[in-house]
Design a protein around this ligand. Structure first.
Ligand code: BGC
Length: 758
């Protein structure tokens, strides 16, 4: 590699650090919005990152002045560009083609938030591997995925792209994606390089407003937001994408603390960092650079190796190098990192799209994405109805079915935000799947759209109400359209959009049993439904096999097993709402937090108009069976502190519980282990997830489940921002949600066997 580097001209080196899209797909030029200070003396013109740059990507590729391309998909297109780079450029260095493949390439699985509800990392690995195989046939060898940003605020639209609010689950998912994309050897056909994004803490954007400021203590950063990125780096992630947001006043795409100190220094990351789309240019808007040259200098010296779409590295670096403002060694190191990844992916040996190009959903991959969709569904409510049984699974005798709602017969919205190269026409709608079912049962299905996402019109209500009247059961498919979540899709309200809430109320008023299917890329406020609708199933955006997966769960072929990766609020004003909050000095102890405040007017940390608790908490999800937890135990009552500190990689204590299937059908439960640490020098969350396991049990069957807790699980970040364990008390809960109540306790004692009084 160093030999290659020595042959490169400055221009060729810089070329490796530059990334563009196809010329024809470059964003359209738009008029920059008027800036409030424009024209005033000293005012800095804000840049509009959406203005297109006049680059000719083909020419750049042919002359060795382009290193990688984004969202250029398809064997013909990638091969055309690749031939220019490999055949015509002086040093024949191949291009790397990156794309936003985040939940499937052509065969689409649930959006990442939904997939996180499966609590099934092996499934995530299998799916990611499948996506990598499909995409490499189209020349794509680099995914801008996984997005591992922790999100505690569903107003933020990109919540849909991550694994939700919890760092432990987030880290498990991050590792699973990397294993699937990169396999055990990145150079093998069918593996792709991952780009872990968006580094860092993008999900903590204030007020959930897209691209907004992030400001937090370093302890919170390390304890809550960094673990999934760290897990991805430990799993061997080849590249990282630096985020748009600033962190504690320093934009992430020019942040030496994040990129040099933490990522490369502490974690030993040796892949390359790519900026997010025009993030280098946006340093000007952040107000930390007055011009393109300064933005470029700050980004590259902080550790951003590749400039995605800003057109700054190619225009500014030559002069910055010549004038000595950026040392040549900085550019050389960035190029080395890019080449290292290109060598590791085997791109020099196999630069072109491989195998038979996958251009549509792949039949043999459908069962896997279908299984994923089934596992992602979360049963939020399943009340008994008049005949004394829970409404779900549906009785075959209820075979006059009304299927109502804007998502009932909608191919496009089954895929969800950022659906790779998935084609709507490949997806199975609910209507298709339900019609098949109902026909088999000898019944009749009446479909009525009822409402639109983006209109308050009630014109469709009457037909919907009539359909409901004539039915034994009503399936309402409501929620967000897929483009209501994702990038730049922040919402200030978390209700059902358009006139859907009114439609729901009108249909429920008919008095027939109603199943509400909620399609969404984020937690929604379902407070009315929780009181008035017997069965609620959160289905996210399930992907290519959406209709079949939902029908399989509705009719009980599969018992739901998904658990919420994010808290569902009662009201948007509770946000950010998360289960692993820090205690306060005025906790409303002894008050039932699931109830609205009563006559108690004492001064507690609570709202006067809504309970503190989530409507549906993290980790929660019902099954068609039921489970009980017993004998929650720990293997020892105390751990000497010196032992805890000296055995960082080893198990210190084992927590166990017996879980039994107390219902009458085989079902899968996600057993969860939570820990609280009391008495430390820094406040610790009221509980934190530290383990989970999917367990399938036959009726009456019981199993002992055990969780191994070591330094990693018991430690926290101290005032020096170092992970540590202190002599403190621990409580462990094992159960089926973050409200698990069966507990055991142990303590870490200062030295062998002597408990110190604190
Ligand atoms: C998004 C990234 C994405 C990139 C390339 C940006 O706007 O923030 O997540 O990978 O575009 O499409």
């Amino acid at each position: 590699m160093d030999r290659l580097l020595r042959q490169m001209t400055l221009e060729e080196k810089i070329g490796q650090l530059v990334q563009y899209n196809d010329t024809e797909d470059a964003p359209q030029a738009v008029t920059p919005p008027p800036q409030p200070d424009a024209g005033k003396p000293g005012a800095i013109a804000a840049v509009n990152p959406l203005v297109a740059h006049p680059v000719n990507a083909m020419q750049l590729a042919a002359t060795g002045r382009l290193g990688s391309m984004l969202n250029t998909i398809g064997a013909a297109r990638t091969n055309t560009y690749q031939h220019l780079a490999v055949d015509q450029s002086r040093l024949h260095i191949p291009l790397l083609f990156g794309a936003d493949v985040i939940h499937g390439f052509r065969t689409i699985y649930p959006v990442p938030l939904g997939l996180a509800a499966s609590f099934d990392p092996q499934l995530v690995t299998d799916l990611s591997h499948m996506a990598a195989q499909e995409a490499s046939t189209a020349g794509v060898r680099w995914f801008y995925s996984p997005m591992v940003d922790i999100s505690r605020d569903p107003r933020w639209g990109r919540t849909v792209e991550g694994a939700g609010e919890d760092p432990y689950l987030g880290a498990a998912m991050a590792r699973a994606y990397i294993r699937g994309y990169q396999g055990d050897d990145l150079s093998k056909p069918g593996s792709v390089a991952a780009s872990v994004k968006h580094f860092a803490a993008y999900g903590a954007a204030e007020a959930g407003r897209e691209y907004n400021t992030t400001d937090m203590s370093e302890i919170r950063l390390r304890q809550v937001y960094l673990p999934p990125y760290h897990a991805a780096v430990e799993a061997g992630a080849a590249t990282i994408m630096s985020a748009f947001n600033s962190l504690n006043g320093v934009p992430s795409s020019a942040n030496p603390f994040l990129l040099a100190q933490v990522l490369r220094g502490e974690w030993g990351f040796n892949g390359f960092v790519v900026s997010d789309y025009t993030a280098v240019m946006e340093l000007i808007n952040h107000g930390i650079a007055l011009d393109a040259a300064t933005a470029t200098r700050k980004a590259i010296t902080a550790g951003v190796d590749v400039d995605m779409m800003s057109h700054f590295y190619d225009t500014q670096l030559p002069e910055l190098i010549r004038s000595g403002q950026v040392p040549m060694a900085v550019v050389d190191e960035a190029v080395r990192r890019v080449l290292r990844v290109k060598f590791a992916t085997g791109l020099f040996e196999r630069p072109y799209a491989e195998g038979v190009e996958v251009t549509a959903a792949v039949a043999k991959n459908r069962p896997l994405v279908g299984k994923a969709a089934e596992e992602s569904l979360v049963l939020l409510q399943n009340d008994k109805i008049a005949d004394g049984a829970p409404l779900l699974p549906l009785l075959p005798t209820r075979n006059r079915v009304a299927l109502i709602g804007p998502l009932a017969d909608d191919k496009e919205d089954m895929i969800g935000a950022l659906g790779g190269a998935g084609n709507d026409q490949d997806t199975i709608t609910l209507r298709q799947a339900m019609e098949q079912r109902v026909q088999q049962l000898g019944g009749v299905l009446v479909y009525s759209k009822g409402a639109e996402f983006d209109s308050t019109s009630q014109a469709g209500f009457q037909a919907a109400v009539e359909a409901a009247r004539a039915a034994d059961v009503v399936i309402l498919a409501l929620g967000e359209s897929s483009n209501m979540s994702g990038e730049a899709r922040s919402r200030a309200y978390l209700d059902l959009p358009g006139s859907q809430q009114q439609l729901l109320e009108a249909v429920v008023a008919v008095g027939k049993p109603v199943v509400l299917l909620v399609f969404s890329g984020r937690p929604l406020v379902l407070d009315w439904a929780a009181v008035h609708v017997p069965a609620i199933l959160e289905v996210w955006f399930p992907g290519t096999e959406a209709g079949h997966a939902i029908a399989n769960v509705l009719y009980g072929d599969v018992s739901p097993s998904g658990k919420l990766p994010m808290s569902f609020p009662r009201a948007v004003g509770q946000e950010p709402l998360y289960y692993n909050y820090l205690p306060t000095g005025r906790p409303p102890t002894g008050i039932d937090l699931s109830q609205p405040p009563g006559g108690d007017t004492r001064f507690f940390s609570r709202y006067i108009d809504v309970p503190n608790s989530a409507l549906f908490p993290f980790g929660y999800g019902l099954s068609y069976s039921s489970f009980s937890y017993n004998d929650v135990k720990v293997s020892r009552s105390s751990i000497p502190l010196p032992q805890a500190l000296a055995n960082r990689g080893k198990t210190l204590i084992e927590a166990t519980a017996t879980v039994s299937n107390t219902g009458n059908r085989t079902a899968t439960e996600v057993v969860q282990c939570y820990v609280r640490n009391l008495g430390a020098s820094i406040e610790q969350p009221v509980r934190s997830l530290k383990g989970f396991e999917r367990v399938t049990l036959a009726p009456g069957e019981a199993k002992q489940v055990s969780f191994l807790l070591g330094f990693k699980e018991l430690s926290f970040f101290n005032l020096e921002n170092k992970p540590t364990v202190e002599a403190t008390q621990y409580t462990v809960w094992i159960g089926g949600s973050s409200l698990a109540s069966q507990e055991a306790t142990f303590e870490v004692v200062p030295s062998m066997g002597i408990a110190e009084s604190r």
